[in-house]
Design a protein around this ligand. Structure first.
Ligand code: PLP
Length: 391
């Protein structure tokens, strides 16, 4: 049976070239970057090379602004908890944080936990029906003790792209006027943005940026957080002081090196990638329309990264379609991989203002750079059989 994976927003395979680049760090240049001997030096050079690649493409001022972590979840926790603890314990200010109702769980739950512990004040911006966050809505929520705004770049369930640059510009203007108040820092979770969007931190006007390896054809176990150099923060993981004292523990050298290679290969082709994703998406969408019309799109077709297509099938529960597709060799998702096992209606669809029923009847298809139209034909064929009875 043919198998077609359409869940690239959950994770991607590691690119063959990346695997080759990583290999020597498992058993030849396997040293600990903190060791002084040749093995250690070779590992340290690999980490430095990786950092240089990110410095170049993210357009950071210095190497110290790139901090490697183990996952985007960790990077997001680093920012949210690190800034919260810094303001609470060093500045004796109870911080106010503004985020959105369409963040990944690693932001959403972290914020919720801190709020439940009464450690932060929190406001969440509602998106419009298409999943777009209106920048002005953020501005309306700013208070004297606002210290952080965190907005997802590419939404992982519906694929909408948020106006990060615009928000960055507006916050810059606001900060100019906050003379005796804490400056508002701006974080974006760009875990889903690495294949298609601009990540130049100066152009975006962000102070923090989360990026993940396993969404861009790199290995799992590596991610980074960009932190503008003059920002003070308390580290989450303390120890011998790796990553400029901000994230201790022995570096995952093969994964970090592979992450940088994947980023270099795919980020530099982001315009091409986006074009290809749109082509695949439109082909797929038109294919479905040709035999079945009782569906609607969650999110926006225009303001999208292209690789994610979320559809509401009015006559079918998503679980039913997902299981039938799986039996036909096709892998898709109901929502983000993290919430699917809990079998709950997707919170993002609910956050758009839709019903529980719609949330339970929505499916996420996400395309890969190696997905071919023939693969989509196979999925369309399977869908045609599955949807046939309730046309
Ligand atoms: C937007 C977003 N942020 C964070 C994460 C968490 O990434 P990781 O699996 O690297 O912790 C994901 C993963 O799905 C994501 O899509």
């Amino acid at each position: 049976m043919k198998r077609v994976y359409l869940d690239y927003a959950a994770t991607t395979p590691v690119d063959e070239r990346v695997i080759k680049e990583m290999e020597r760090f498992f058993n030849i240049d396997f040293g600990n970057p903190s060791s002084l001997h040749l093995w250690g030096q070779k590992a340290l050079i690999a980490i430095d090379e990786a950092r240089l690649i990110f410095k170049k493409y993210l357009n950071t001022d210095s190497l110290e602004e790139i901090i490697f972590t183990s996952s985007a979840t960790e990077s997001n926790n680093f920012v949210i908890k690190g800034i919260t603890f810094y303001y609470l314990f060093k500045k004796k200010i109870k911080p106010h944080i503004i985020s959105t109702k369409i963040e990944h769980e690693s932001i959403e739950r972290t914020l919720e936990e801190l709020k439940n512990l009464d450690l932060i004040e929190l406001d969440l911006v509602e998106p419009d029906k298409s999943g777009y966050i209106e920048p002005e809505k953020i501005l309306n929520l700013i208070k004297e003790n606002t210290v952080l705004v965190s907005v997802i770049y590419v939404q992982n369930v519906i694929g909408t792209v948020q106006p990060i640059k615009k928000i960055g510009e507006l916050l810059k203007e606001i900060n100019k006027k906050r003379e005796n108040l804490p400056k508002i820092l701006f974080h974006t979770d760009a875990a889903q943005a690495g294949l298609t969007e601009d990540l130049d931190v100066k152009n975006l006007g962000v102070d923090f940026l989360t990026l993940s390896s396993h969404k861009i054809y790199g290995p799992k176990g590596a991610a980074l957080i960009y932190k503008r150099k003059d920002i003070e923060i308390l580290p989450l993981i303390s120890g011998p002081g790796q990553e400029f004292g901000l994230r201790s523990s022995t570096e995952n050298v093969p994964a970090i090196y592979g992450f940088s290679k994947a980023f270099e290969i795919f980020y530099t082709k982001r315009e091409e990638n986006k074009k290809y994703f749109f082509e695949l998406r439109d082909y797929f969408l038109n294919g479905i329309k040709s035999f079945y019309q009782k569906f609607e799109i969650n999110g926006s077709l225009e303001n999208s990264c292209g690789k994610i297509l979320n559809l509401y099938f009015k006559d079918y529960f998503a679980q039913e379609i997902l299981i039938r597709l799986d039996l036909e060799g096709v892998g898709v998702s109901i929502s983000s991989a993290c919430s699917v096992r809990a079998a709950q209606p997707d919170k993002i669809i609910l956050a758009l203002g839709y019903s529980k029923e719609r949330a339970e009847k929505s499916i996420r298809f996400s395309f890969g750079l190696k997905t071919k139209k023939e693969d989509l034909d196979y999925v369309l064929d399977a869908l045609k059989r599955i949807l046939y009875y309730r046309r």
